[in-house]
Design a protein around this ligand. Structure first.
Ligand SMILES: Cc1cc2nc3c(=O)[nH]c(=O)nc-3n(C[C@H](O)[C@H](O)[C@H](O)COP(=O)(O)O)c2cc1C
Length: 191
């Protein structure tokens, strides 16, 4: 890194979801700066409807045990080689943030809050990218499992919307093709 930030456009265009991390830890201070800056996401009524449960450095060992339990079916029965192969996806990220949103009983507010928290996540992903840190927004089914929610301290009126993995990486994934703007834009009055 040369200390110079990417332009907003370059960050948006260049960011890719990183699914293969290299195991290098993400420093807590760096992560906290990303999570602090990401709070400038748009959010209706200034409700700031997100909270995060974070694991970096010292919390990681305990989190890995929980992820093994919830993320690898019948892990006790797997041969050690197979288990360590499957565990790689959980062990290699350098930090985790579970993004939790309050689920408002009013539908409009609930949608707004999910949207705002999604903006928060995108901010965090772009800010991390700018620092050379990859990330992936993951939604494994266990984030809604009652026992997992309990371990994470999720209240009944809340929901985990993302297991956000952060970490350093050696390989840059190829971008999958996207639609061109002409394919998803029509002009008012032409439909
Ligand atoms: C709401 C949401 C949920 C996602 N869940 C997963 C997931 O469970 N596992 C995964 O590998 N990627 C997940 N992703 C990441 C997408 O696979 C990724 O963004 C997509 O392939 C586009 O790649 P890019 O981010 O590099 O442009 C999720 C992304 C979003 C926005």
């Amino acid at each position: 890194m040369n200390g110079q930030s990417l332009s907003v456009r370059d960050a948006i265009l260049q960011r890719r979801s990183i699914k293969k991390f290299n195991g290098q830890p993400v420093e807590r201070d760096t992560l906290m700066t990303v999570l602090e800056d990401a709070k400038w996401a748009p959010n209706h009524g200034n409700r700031e409807p997100w909270r995060l449960v974070v694991a970096s450095s010292e919390e990681l060992d305990e989190l890995h045990t929980v992820l093994r339990e919830f993320g690898i079916p019948k892990w006790q029965e797997l041969p050690e080689v197979a288990l360590s192969k499957q565990m790689k996806k959980f062990l290699d990220p350098g930090a985790y943030a579970f993004v939790i949103v309050k689920e408002d009983v009013r539908q409009k507010e609930r949608l707004e809050d999910y949207a705002a928290a999604s903006c928060y996540i995108q901010n965090a992903q772009l800010l991390a990218w700018d620092l050379g840190i990859g990330s992936c927004w993951k939604t494994p089914p266990f984030i809604d499992a009652p026992n997992f929610r309990e371990i994470m301290g999720v209240k009944p009126e809340e929901r985990i919307i993302s297991m956000l993995q952060f970490g350093y990486y050696d390989e840059m994934p190829k971008a999958k093709p996207r639609m061109s703007v002409e394919e998803f834009v029509t002009f008012f009055g032409s439909n």
